[in-house]
Every structure is written in structure tokens, then in C-alpha cells.
Write a protein that binds this ligand. Structure first.
Ligand code: URA
Length: 322
């Protein structure tokens, strides 16, 4: 490792996820295949050298090793996954991907992806809390979230973390819950894991706030960065559901086991959820590792790159906005 890389590593920052020989892929995702292949090979070939954050003396975790989780930062995600083979794109066409979502007529080719079905959500009964939230506009939703006292997390939060980004984005990213930094700043993924997330986005030609909306399953920080409780998830779920309905993304990328299992209403391990295309309310969903997990498990960065490639493929097949 050269001096500069060593220095950055000690500081806890480095140029992780920055392609060394290739520019970021352009926004229209029409980059020449050799650029993408170069980047993929670059990441796959040397994921450790390009990574960040763990103190120099800390050993890299084996895949799925929960013991590496630093307890002090919410930039933690639970044990993630066992290795799995490269993602597969299913050949068959399922035209029911997002049938009703956008008002403008589609002119693009139909998507060519088979979606793994998710457990259906319970329908909201008229006048229920869920139905009220489902009827809110952005301003109403933001106000409702910021004043929410519907679970115990409100007692210890500094502020709610609503979500950030382009409210008409085609890409929506969903994480777990705010951590300490997010609770202070009111924005998702502002810690070290957020820096990695920004670099992951840049690798596919995206940027925070530009064609991406980032939200969490929970809007309040669980104290001590403990895992969210089921009742907290249940209370917060209508907020995320409404955010997704308002953004109408063409693709949802779920970050980490917890968010994936919550959104898809499953207990399937993330290693099995990765690599196929799931569906949430008809919107394609791609699952990848939580950036905090990747910071601890450098060897899985190449797999996360595969997931991003799948996401980009799914987005392209879902049809880019004119
Ligand atoms: N981890 C998450 O899942 N979300 C955040 O906003 C920050 C860290």
C-alpha cells in the first residue's frame, strides 16, 4: 500500500469505489461495455486495496461474519450474506412491472425481467392511519413524519430523518434507519457508510440528489444503534410506502438485510435475496449489501458491484425517462 493510501486508511477515508482506470459511467447508462467491464474487473480484482475504514490492525471479516460489526456506529448492518454466484437476468417479459405508476405514457420497450413476488401488504381500511398517510402529499407527509410520536423512538431522537434527493427520481435507495450522524444532521447516510454509498452511486453515474431519492425504513434513530423493533417498523412502514408511491421510482435498490427483509416482507437471508429481481408494489427491487457491512467486509465489494450492475440493467430495461 502506498503512503497516501495508508494515510487515508488511517484517517478512515480513502478513494474507495473510485475506478482507477475508468471514468464514472455516464448518467444515461449507455457507457461502452468495456468501460463498465474495466471498472467491474478493477473492483473485483482488488477490492481490499480500494477500500476504507477499518482500523489498520482490524482483520477483514469473512463473509457474513457478524462479529466484525462495530457497535458504536449505526453504520452497522447486521450479518449480511454468504457468497453467491453472479446475478442472473431473467429472459422472460413481465409487463406488469409498474403498470399504473406514472402518468406520462411510456414510449420505451417493455421491461424484460421476471420479478420474484413479495408478500402482499395488508390493504389499508378507510380512515385508518395507513389510509390517511397513503393520502398525504409531500408536504403533508414530511410534516406528519417530523411530528410523529407513534412509537417510542420519538422520545430519544434529535430529529426525524425523512429522506433526501430528487423526488421524481428513477432510482430509490432504501436503508435501515438513521444512525448518530443522521440523527444529528437530519439526512440519511451522512457518515462513513454514506461516503461509500456516494462512491457506489458515482460508479454507476448517479449522485445523491440527482435522479436518486434515499430513504430509510425507519425515520428515527433506534437508541444505541440497536436493531429496530417490529412495532417500530410497522409504525414507520406506511411512511416509506407513501414515499415510494410519491417518487414512483423505476427501480428500488435496498441496502442491507434488514431493509430488504422489511420491504419484501420476508425472512430470506440477503445472500438468497441478492442476484434476482424482486417486486414491491410492481416496482422492481434489487437487493445489495449495506455500505456499513461493505466497510467491514471488503471482500464483498465485488459482489456489491455485481448488484449495482444488475440494478443498472434492471433500470435500463424498465425504460429510462424520456
Ligand atoms: N445506515 C442506514 O441504514 N441508514 C442511514 O441513514 C445511515 C446508516
Amino acid at each position: 500500500m502506498n503512503r497516501r493510501a495508508r494515510f487515508l486508511e488511517v484517517l478512515g477515508v480513502s478513494e474507495e469505489w473510485v475506478p482507477r482506470h475508468a471514468p464514472a459511467l455516464p448518467q444515461d447508462r449507455t457507457a461502452e461495455p468495456d468501460v463498465a467491464a474495466d471498472l467491474a474487473a478493477d473492483v473485483a480484482a482488488e477490492p481490499v486495496a480500494a477500500a476504507v475504514a477499518a482500523p489498520p490492525e482490524a482483520p477483514a471479516a469473512a463473509a457474513g461474519d457478524a462479529a466484525m460489526a462495530p457497535p458504536s456506529v449505526r453504520d452497522r448492518a447486521g450479518p449480511e450474506a454468504a457468497p453467491r454466484p453472479p446475478a442472473e437476468i431473467h429472459p422472460e417479459i413481465r409487463p406488469e412491472i409498474r403498470p399504473e405508476a406514472r402518468t406520462e405514457p411510456r414510449t420505451e420497450a417493455p421491461p424484460a425481467l421476471a420479478l420474484a413476488p413479495a408478500q402482499p401488504a395488508m390493504p389499508a381500511s378507510a380512515g385508518s392511519r395507513e389510509a390517511v398517510i397513503a393520502g398525504l402529499d409531500w408536504a403533508g407527509l414530511e410534516a406528519r413524519v417530523s411530528g410523529c410520536t407513534d412509537c417510542g423512538l420519538c422520545d430519544r431522537r434529535t430529529q426525524t430523518v425523512f429522506g433526501v434527493g430528487d423526488r421524481q427520481a428513477e432510482w430509490m435507495l432504501v436503508g435501515e434507519a438513521p444512525g448518530e450522524n443522521e440523527d444529528k444532521q437530519g439526512e440519511p447516510f451522512v457518515g462513513v457508510a454514506g461516503k461509500l454509498l456516494d462512491n457506489m452511486l458515482a460508479a454507476v453515474g448517479l449522485a445523491r440528489g440527482r435522479n436518486v431519492f434515499i430513504a430509510n425504513v425507519l425515520k428515527c434513530r433506534p437508541p444505541g444503534n440497536r436493531n429496530p423493533e417490529p412495532d417500530e417498523v410497522a409504525q414507520c412502514e406506511p411512511y416509506l410506502r407513501r414515499q415510494i408511491a410519491l417518487v414512483q421510482p423505476r427501480l428500488i435498490v435496498v441496502l442491507g438485510r434488514f431493509a430488504a427483509q422489511s420491504l419484501l416482507r420476508t425472512t430470506t437471508p440477503i445472500g438468497k435475496l441478492r442476484g434476482s429481481v424482486h417486486s414491491y408494489e410492481g416496482i422492481p427491487v434489487v437487493v445489495t449489501y449495506h455500505p456499513a457491512y461493505l466497510l467491514r467486509t471488503l471482500s464483498d465489494k465485488a459482489r456489491a458491484w455485481e448488484d449495482l450492475c444488475l440494478a443498472r440493467e434492471v433500470h435500463a430495461r424498465a425504460g429510462a425517462k424520456a
